[in-house]
Design a binder for this molecule. Structure first.
Ligand SMILES: NC(=O)c1ccc[n+]([C@@H]2O[C@H](COP(=O)([O-])OP(=O)(O)OC[C@H]3O[C@@H](n4cnc5c(N)ncnc54)[C@H](OP(=O)(O)O)[C@@H]3O)[C@@H](O)[C@H]2O)c1
Length: 172
């Protein structure tokens, strides 16, 4: 199963600033977000990210699967694509495969991305690097020990300030 991470970050690698306001994100990040989610049709996110997006900005509304990691699995989903789960990363991928998905995209936040990179299940990473530096912020991954080697697939300028870095994760 192809599993990508799609995430925006500051030039110093933070995915959120301490204000928690996403006013540093470019329109190109947002259009890329909706495009990759709609093309992939299986989207994985943590509940905090879901709470920012739901209900109006959830990328899948009618078809596909939106997996939300939460301990509150009895919550009411914002639409029919949403599945709340407290399962592990491997079980989530197995569930998506059972539903017929062959690819998925993880759109944040740090908790959700950490669960899947830790389990060696991420095959690609797309970083949208925005022109900002945050002294205080949220790193891409939670504070656990690991190293992953990457292979650069492509570098695409998205506007005069923002660049998209596309990596494959190397497991050999
Ligand atoms: N730059 C970007 O592109 C981007 C994209 C997305 C998000 N973000 C930022 O990332 C931040 C959110 O990231 P985050 O790491 O704090 O949160 P997150 O990954 O979005 O969600 C974390 C949630 O996961 C659930 N969880 C924790 N342990 C669990 C377990 N054992 N089993 C099942 N679910 C569990 C909890 O939900 P419950 O509390 O419901 O149990 C927890 O609140 C925000 O600041 C947001 O702005 C940035």
């Amino acid at each position: 199963m192809k599993v990508a991470i799609y995430i925006a970050m500051s030039a110093n690698g933070q995915i959120s600033n301490s204000r928690g306001v996403p006013d540093w994100l470019s329109p190109e990040y947002s259009s890329g977000f909706f495009e990759i989610c709609q093309n992939t049709k299986a989207v994985i996110m943590g509940r905090k990210t879901y709470s920012i997006l739901a209900p109006d900005y959830l990328p899948l509304k009618e078809e596909g699967t939106t997996v939300v990691l939460t301990t509150n699995t009895k919550a009411k989903p914002a639409n029919r694509t949403v599945v709340f789960t407290d399962e592990g990363a491997k079980e989530i991928i197995a569930m998506l495969e059972q539903k017929g998905h062959t690819e998925a995209v993880i759109v944040g936040g740090a908790y959700a991305m950490t669960k899947f990179i830790e389990a060696n299940l991420v095959t690609e990473i797309i970083l949208v690097v925005e022109p900002a530096l945050f002294g205080k912020g949220l790193p891409m991954f939670n504070d656990i020990e690991f190293t992953r080697n990457l292979a650069l697939i492509g570098v695409t300028p998205l506007n005069s300030n923002t660049v998209r870095l596309h990596y494959g994760v190397r497991y050999e």
